[in-house]
Design a protein around this ligand. Structure first.
Ligand SMILES: N[C@@H](CCC[C@H](N)C(=O)O)C(=O)O
Length: 266
C-alpha cells in the first residue's frame, strides 16, 4: 500500500517524515536505513515517524541514516511543529514544546543533563571537562540535551578534520551509546559550529548540537544567552539559563510531498 511522505529540512539537515497516526506504520531499523539511503531509497539524514501520543499532541520517533533509533532531533522537532501545528511532541528525550514565531519555529527542549551516567559515559568522569583527547581535540564538555553530545571549543572549527576524527570519537569505548561530536569556535560573541552526528556523519546543521554547544559555551562563560549559532546550512538562536529548558528558534522547510510503497523496501 502506498504511503504519503513529506521531505523536509531544517537548515539543510534533511528528513523523510511519515505519518502513522491514523494508519500505523511498522518501522524497523532495516526499513529506516533503506528509506534514508540516498541512492536506493528516498534519502535523508533522519527518518521521522509520527504516532499518536497519550502525553503530547504527537509522538515523534527518529531513526538515524544508519537505521539506529535515537531519542531527539532538534531540527526535525521544528519541522514536525511546522507540518502538524502540534504544540507538544513526545520524544525519547522528553516532551518538546513548540510554536510559530513570525516566519520561524521555536521549540523548547527539556533541561540538559550533566551527570556522567545520564549522558551516558562508560565510567565516572568530570563531564564539564572530560580528561580525554583525540588528536587536536581535547577536554570537551559532555552533556545530554535528550541525546548525547560532546562539545570541543577550538580556534577554528573549519580547520578540524571531522571526517576522520568524527568516526573514532563517535565509536570510542568511553561512550556506550556512541555520541554526537561538536567542534565550535567563538567569534564576536557568536558560535560557529560543525557537527559529526552519531549515525549520520557530517550534516549541514544539527539542532541538538547547536543546543548542546550553546549550553556548554554559556556554562564556560564564553557567550551570553541568547546566542546565535552559525552552521554550514544556516543559523539558529539558542537561549538557556541554568536549571531551565533550552529554547531553539529557526527555520523549518517543506520541500515536497510524495508517495511511496513501503512494501518494496521489506
Ligand atoms: N540532526 C539532529 C540530531 C539527530 C540525532 C543524532 N544524530 C543522534 O544520534 O543523537 C538534530 O537536529 O538535532
Amino acid at each position: 500500500m502506498k504511503r504519503q511522505f513529506h521531505k523536509m529540512h531544517g537548515l539543510g539537515n534533511d528528513f523523510v517524515v511519515l505519518d502513522g497516526r491514523e494508519q500505523p506504520i511498522e518501522m524497523t531499523p532495516a526499513l529506516a536505513k533503506a528509506l534514508a539511503d540516498r541512492h536506493l531509497g528516498i534519502g535523508c539524514d533522519q527518518l521521522i515517524l509520527l504516532e499518536p501520543s497519550e502525553h503530547a499532541d504527537v509522538r515523534m520517533r527518529i531513526w538515524n541514516h544508519d537505521g539506529g533509533e535515537v531519542e531527539s532531533c532538534g531540527n526535525a522537532s521544528r519541522c514536525v511543529v511546522a507540518l502538524t501545528g502540534a504544540g507538544t511532541l513526545e520524544t525519547g528525550g522528553g516532551i518538546v514544546e513548540g510554536g510559530k514565531i513570525g516566519a520561524e519555529i521555536e521549540v523548547t527542549l527539556p533541561p540538559p543533563h550533566f551527570a556522567w551516567d545520564e549522558i551516558p559515559l562508560n565510567y565516572p568522569m568530570d563531564t564539564a571537562r572530560l580528561p580525554l583527547g583525540w588528536g587536536p581535540l581535547d577536554h570537551p564538555m559532555a552533556l545530554s540535551v535528550g541525546n548525547p553530545h560532546l562539545v570541543f571549543f577550538v580556534d577554528d572549527a573549519a580547520a578540524i578534520d571531522l571526517d576522520s576524527l568524527g568516526p573514532s570519537i563517535e565509536h570510542d569505548p568511553a561512550f556506550p551509546e556512541r555520541i554526537n561530536v561538536n567542534v565550535a569556535s567563538i567569534r564576536d560573541g557568536e558560535i560557529h559550529l560543525r557537527t559529526w552526528e552519531r549515525g549520520a556523519g557530517l550534516t549541514l546543521a544539527c539542532g541538538t548540537g547547536a543546543c548542546a554547544t550553546a549550553v556548554a559555551a554559556i556554562v564556560r562563560k564564553k557567550v551570553a544567552s541568547p546566542v546565535r549559532v552559525h552552521m554550514r546550512g544556516g543559523e539558529l538562536t539558542i537561549g538557556w539559563a541554568a536549571g531551565e529548558p533550552i529554547r531553539m528558534r529557526g527555520s523549518a522547510s517543506h520541500v515536497f510531498k510524495g508517495e511511496i510503497d513501503l512494501e518494496q523496501f521489506v
